[in-house]
Design a binder for this molecule. Structure first.
Ligand SMILES: Cc1cc2nc3c(=O)[nH]c(=O)nc-3n(C[C@H](O)[C@H](O)[C@H](O)COP(=O)(O)OP(=O)(O)OC[C@H]3O[C@@H](n4cnc5c(N)ncnc54)[C@H](O)[C@@H]3O)c2cc1C
Length: 359
């Protein structure tokens, strides 16, 4: 019998397991051949503490020390660029990112690919870092393995709540028993709830796509910041000598192994193209992942009100990595019935009870 059975081997399940591993025996299950096969292997891998709802930014800020301690952050910086007609969006982005306005010429000196004739306004900010997501997740998996088990290729197919009060889970040929179930199944978290006889919280998985392209004009992008269109309809980031460009899409889809839509990618690359001096010629790769959101956009972390041994760790949206340490700490505190370290307002904002009308 395990103390905690975690369903889902993405960053949410891994941080949950790492934070619970010192408190009991943990078993983490994932249905795919490898950990982090879905959203957690498809992200932009960036930490921008100013990004997201109030509760998300609080979780992100509270995660910074742990991310630094894990040695997974490296400086990137950010830049916002706007064109004629985007003045209101630019002003909002300037405030939202806490950026400082610079002239288009200064922006183009920093990122020579930018077209100073097309870009009418620009701003920069320091507080954006690349996250070494593999290293972060490997560190979490290692912490789980010290006292527990990490099992892939084990898709959960049935969940029973026994009269003795523990959970019995059927996954492939295995039957696993545990005192507490942690639902960290990403886009599938509502499906796992249904299997367990718990009402879904109404998560919406939304596709976000990415194209990896050769840098137009052959520039070396190594020291460039991450660049955002102010209308939230594209962003670009240096990636090992190439650029990743996202159309910032957010199309709702059922849970699935998502892939990029050619037209959505082409439209996003078109918006990027309008702001640069050289032609986008070669796409090296593309992919998409599902970012799953609760109806109010906040994470869902804590026990199900009527079923307290069923604990949610879901709704990570576009922030699963940058919130991971603090979200894992909050999850462990809620699962153990301890006082969370984070502010009570954040605990309430993430509490599944808020989605049940019983806060
Ligand atoms: C393009 C893109 C860019 C992003 N950029 C950033 C970024 O820069 N910074 C950031 O912080 N976040 C970013 N994100 C968001 C981040 O990737 C997600 O928030 C995070 O990966 C979600 O993690 P998860 O563990 O909840 O989900 P997942 O990684 O999807 O993990 C869920 C796991 O549950 C497993 N599972 C489901 N059902 C079952 C079952 N029945 N049995 C067993 N296992 C099951 C799945 O196999 C899967 O591995 C981005 C996402 C995308 C798609």
């Amino acid at each position: 019998m395990f103390d905690y059975l975690i369903i889902g081997g993405g960053v949410a399940g891994l941080t949950a397991g790492a934070h619970l591993a010192t408190h009991g025996r943990v078993c983490l299950l994932d249905g795919e051949d490898n950990l982090a096969h879905h959203a957690s292997s498809r992200s932009a891998a960036v930490f921008i503490p100013a990004y997201g709802t109030d509760a998300v930014t609080a979780l992100s800020r509270a995660s910074e020390t742990a991310l630094r301690g894990a040695e997974v952050l490296s400086p990137r910086g950010g830049m916002i660029v706007g064109m004629a007609g985007e003045e209101a969006a630019f002003d909002a982005a300037l405030t939202g990112f806490g950026a400082t306005e610079i002239s288009p010429g200064v922006a183009a000196a920093q990122v020579p690919l930018l077209n100073p004739d097309a870009v009418t306004r620009a701003g920069i900010f320091d507080h954006a870092w690349d996250i070494d997501t593999d290293r972060l997740m490997q560190g979490y998996a290692k912490r789980i393995r010290t006292t527990g088990a990490v099992q892939v290729k084990n898709r959960v197919e049935a969940i029973h709540h026994e009269s003795t009060g523990h959970w019995r889970v059927e996954a492939g040929d295995d039957t696993i028993e545990a005192r507490v179930l942690i639902n960290a199944a990403g886009a599938w978290a509502d499906e796992i709830a249904r299997l367990a006889g718990v009402a879904p919280v109404g998560l919406t998985p939304k596709r976000r796509s990415m194209a990896r392209i050769e840098v137009p004009g052959g520039f070396d992008p190594t020291g460039w910041p991450m660049i955002f269109g102010v209308s939230d309809d594209w962003y670009a980031k240096p990636d090992a000598g190439a650029l990743i460009v996202s159309p910032s899409d957010a199309d709702p889809l059922p849970p699935q192994d998502a892939w990029a839509d050619d037209m959505v990618l082409a439209e996003g690359l078109g918006r990027f193209q309008e702001r640069i001096t050289h032609e986008v010629t070669r796409m090296l790769a593309n992919w998409a992942g599902l970012r799953s959101f609760a109806p109010d956009g906040d994470l869902v972390i804590g026990p199900e009100p009527e079923v307290p041994d069923f604990v949610w760790m879901a709704g990570q949206g576009g922030y699963g990595f940058q919130t991971a340490p603090a979200a894992g700490g909050l999850l462990a505190a809620r699962a153990l019935g301890l006082a969370p370290e984070i502010d009570a307002g954040v605990v309430a904002a993430c509490d599944p009870a808020r989605l049940r009308g019983t806060p």
